[in-house]
Design a protein around this ligand. Structure first.
Ligand code: PLP
Length: 219
């Protein structure tokens, strides 16, 4: 199957209102162009340099989404064009995005990445730290950051019960935090190539799929 056929198959499984981030990290611009020609517009990258380089050579109406851990000193590299940063996991990062977005006279959509997986290695906010940060009112003064929702990566396991527990946990957190942000807080980003059908059962509104579209990555 080529990229277009794979995309068609995935699109057909997504309920209305669920967006697809085509995770193109480590794949060359030509592969992204192939997906673009098939109609895909949202692409996910994990490294700011790679995203900026691809942005420079690919169509301007692509919505670039940062999905990987982002160092604060790299925010300025993508702030002029990035549509969404879905891996926001610290107060320092939030504040740097606000600053760089203001400098570029833009508003940047963000997702709060929350740690729910049963692994120490996974990035994301500890939920209590995030609750305290929200309660401090920090977001009230941010005119250039729009908090759209939450994101997580489920535990890397074949055990479906564990994955379901992670998705239920993040779903509950999504519902809990929603009143703090209001209408624009509409995005629950869960589900990757191997687990997105399960994520849809838990109300995912944004799946992030790489391998099932582009094949295996060569690191
Ligand atoms: C790489 C990555 C994905 C895509 O993973 P696949 O298994 O290739 O679909 C999704 N989300 C995040 C945060 C990633 O880093």
């Amino acid at each position: 199957m080529n990229i277009k056929e794979r995309l068609n198959r995935i699109w057909a499984t997504l309920p209305e209102g669920v967006s697809l981030v085509a995770v193109s990290k480590f794949h060359p611009a030509e592969r992204i162009e192939e997906a673009y020609r098939a109609g895909q517009r949202i692409f996910g990258e994990s490294r700011p340099q790679e995203m900026a380089a691809k942005h420079a050579v690919l169509p301007a109406d692509i919505e670039w989404t940062m999905i990987g851990h982002l160092q604060t000193n790299k925010v300025k590299m993508i702030a002029p064009f990035v549509a969404m940063i879905s891996s926001v996991d610290s107060d320092r990062l939030v504040e740097e995005i606000e600053k760089q977005a203001a400098k570029n006279e833009r508003t940047i959509d963000i997702l709060l990445e929350v740690h729910v997986a049963q692994e120490e290695t996974k990035s994301g906010w500890d939920i209590d730290t995030l609750r305290a940060y929200i309660a401090s009112g920090a977001f009230n003064n941010m005119a250039h950051v729009r908090v759209r929702g939450v994101m997580t990566i489920a535990t890397n396991t074949d055990d479906e019960a564990t994955i379901r527990r992670d998705f239920q946990t993040i779903r509950d957190i999504f519902e809990e935090l929603k009143p703090s942000f209001g209408e624009c807080f509409d995005t629950l980003s869960i589900g990757m190539s191997d687990d997105y059908p399960i994520a849809l059962e838990y109300g995912s509104t944004m799946v992030r799929i790489g391998t099932a579209i582009f094949g295996a990555r060569e690191y």
